[in-house]
Design a protein around this ligand. Structure first.
Ligand code: NCD
Ligand code: ZN
Length: 343
């Protein structure tokens, strides 16, 4: 097959940042996706409905003329989030999820939740109002090996949480392990998961073999090949619990290429093309439309997009870098070749 037409996709997990940095990256997403769940981990984070409204306005103002793009906003859960804010969020019609970061787990998560038990009243309101909880599913306990943090989160935090709030709608974001695939499959219809293109394409050798590659460092960290294969199996199975979420997370080059580089991989410049590569390599191109454009709206109870996009099997070269505010960012596959092109 040299030409592939699919329903215009949505990105169910995206970091857009703010200001000039957002203006640098936004078009990559709006050229490809109709909607995106926009992560609230700005500095300071988006903790109120008002802040989410004004962030949404800034995003829409930054969209180029003629772009048809709807940012789906989220709130950042803290120890101090009140059930009233959840009610307000639901009533606003503009907030589609509440994001849980364990304090200290990843970029801009310092104000995240220190003890999940502090959030019981909020979870109870979310369960009642059918407001999805979007989980960064890793423990941040320094005693836990970084490669085990997702698996341990499922056992220690997620299982008890679902026992306490059996109807709570949950998206386990950017899953990376066979244990997470298994957990999501075994859970009820109200538990889904996003999967990134980079976790479908790369294993941990991409960070550590042949020299350290800071641009392949993200959280949850890339895992062993057996886990990548479990993710490939999950997306090629056609199971509607798994849907597209890039977790494209731009950082300035100098913050990545550092003695203590920050976490995040930038994929928005070629997001759907990268997924297409992964599905093509798995002989599962016939499942791409469902994963990228059908399962997400199904979970979020939103209509499917009406438009389509077309990709052709044609080689193109990824630029070495892109502007990022006053700095630059290094995209995934920097200076390398892509095999699918969006037309
Ligand atoms: C994200 C970021 O940079 O905001 N980084 C990442 O490695 N994925 C935060 C996150 O989703 O963990
Ligand atoms: Zn993320």
């Amino acid at each position: 097959m040299t030409r592939l037409t699919i329903t215009r996709p949505d990105d169910w997990h995206l970091h857009l940042r703010d200001g000039d940095e957002m203006r640098s990256v936004l078009a990559h997403t709006t050229q490809r996706f109709a909607r995106a769940i926009v992560m609230p981990n700005l500095s300071p984070p988006i903790v109120s409905v008002e802040a989410a409204h004004s962030y949404k306005k800034r995003i829409l103002a930054a969209c180029s003329k003629g772009a048809r793009f709807e940012p789906l906003m989220t709130l950042y859960l803290t120890d101090n989030t009140k059930p009233e804010e959840i009610k307000k969020a639901k009533e606003s019609g503009a907030i589609y999820g509440v994001k849980y970061y364990p304090a200290g787990a990843t970029t801009n998560s310092d104000l995240g939740v220190t003890d999940i038990n502090k959030c019981a009243a909020v979870f109870s309101a979310m369960e009642k109002l059918r407001m999805p909880l979007l989980l960064h599913g890793e423990v941040s306990d320094p005693d836990v090996d970084i490669f085990d943090r997702e698996r341990i989160f499922i056992d220690r935090i997620l299982m008890p949480l679902l026992q306490q709030f059996p109807e709570l709608r949950i998206v386990l974001e950017h899953i990376t392990t066979k244990e997470a695939v298994h957990f999501v499959k075994a859970s009820g219809k109200h538990v889904g998961a996003t999967i990134t293109a980079h976790h479908l394409l790369l294993n941990r050798n991409a960070i550590l073999a042949g020299g350290i590659k800071p641009h392949h460092y993200c959280l949850p960290i890339l895992k062993r090949e057996e886990h990548r294969l479990a993710l490939i199996e999950a997306v090629s199975s056609g199971n509607p619990k798994f849907f597209l979420g890039t977790d494209s997370a731009p950082h300035a080059k100098e913050h990545k290429e550092s003695a203590c580089g920050c976490a995040g991989i930038y994929t928005a410049h070629a997001a759907i093309e990268l997924y297409t590569e992964a599905f093509s390599a798995a002989n599962a191109l016939d499942r791409l439309d469902a994963f990228a454009s059908v399962h997400g709206p199904l979970f979020y109870e939103l209509p499917r997009n009406q438009e389509t996009i077309t990709l052709v099997q044609e080689s193109w070269e990824v630029p070495k870098d892109y502007a990022f505010g006053a700095s630059k960012l290094i995209p995934l596959r920097t200076g390398g070749k892509m095999s699918w092109k969006l037309i």
